[in-house]
Design a binder for this molecule. Sequence first.
Ligand code: PLP
Length: 379
Amino acid sequence: MNNEKIPFNWPHMTGKELYYIAESHFNGALAGDGPFTKRCHEWLERQTGCTRALLTHSCTAALEMTALLLNISPGDEIIMPSYTFVSTANAFVLRGGVPVFVDIRSDTLNIDESLLEGAITPRTKAIVVVHYAGVACEMDTIMSIAKRHRLKIVEDAAQGVRAFYKGRALGGIGDLGAFSFHETKNVISGEGGALLVNDPDYLQRAEIIREKGTDRSRFFRGQVDKYTWQEVGSSFLPGELIAAFLWAQLEETEKITRERLVSWQRYHDLLAPLEESGFIRRPIVPDECQHNGHIYYVLLNSDIERGKLLAKFRSLNIGVLFHYVPLHSSPAGLRYGRVHGGMAVTDEQSARLVRLPLWIGLTAAQQDNVVEILATATK
Ligand SMILES: *Cc1c(COP(=O)(O)O)cnc(C)c1O
């Protein structure tokens, strides 16, 4: 049990998880791609409009599948933000790819689309966009750059379940997308994820790569009479118990999102005065983006000492955290990646950012408490 006074995160259970797991147990269906996995796939396809959704054991695994699907080979360059989780880069480095880090926009903290064309070289294969906090990247611009330069777009939509850009579901816009159902995300299965195949050309290979490099999926559909090793793959699919758990969550995704957005908005309203007096900057959500209340963060005024403020919250047992140490400045990022242009915005914003507790069940009184401490500590 977490004994923090106000934890940063508290996994939300819908109440049906164990019921569906019991159903799997009684059916004796435990391996992957059983009835619950099929239900999850159909839901994800309906919700995102993707050609095919495939559950994976994590978003990391889904991203690794995208690197295999794009045939990333040693020396290939993949443009991405540095302000992201390690898996965005790792997936490509595993195949010998070179992450090319570009700076982020100061408003959304998403990759700065105006810097992309300058970062393209003859070795560039793909652009990986990360929708930070479930707020979409400027996808129309990014998609048209990709089209002009014949590059593929992978959406790291780990934080983007049930968030939209101009009405289109995140993860369903690029050639390939990846969701996370990790315990810290909005919709969860402990560990879990999904690959979203939007470009139908990748459909067959995606199934093969996910099933240890075999055409087992086609075999089960009766499309081939035996299954064989077709290409390099691995075991990327989760077992049915995870899918059963996830199904209980997917059924409630709308409600989960709605409730998170209420808490998000409450912070946003409470913190307006602190922004007006110049102590913090609140998140900026462009009009075309419908976010999902995944993260509430504030950017501290640059003369506020973040370390001291975080220590204050820690001493009170309240989960207030910073976020990514930019990849370009990390030991592996320095070894495997390279930077294109300056990283001024990434360096500045990542050093100013703090994330506030946000979970279903967080009370108004707890939020008031967090805001009050933040106000005292920043003034
Ligand atoms: C959480 C997260 C991941 C990794 O998700 P897992 O399901 O834990 O592998 C990747 N990218 C981003 C942006 C994330 O937030």
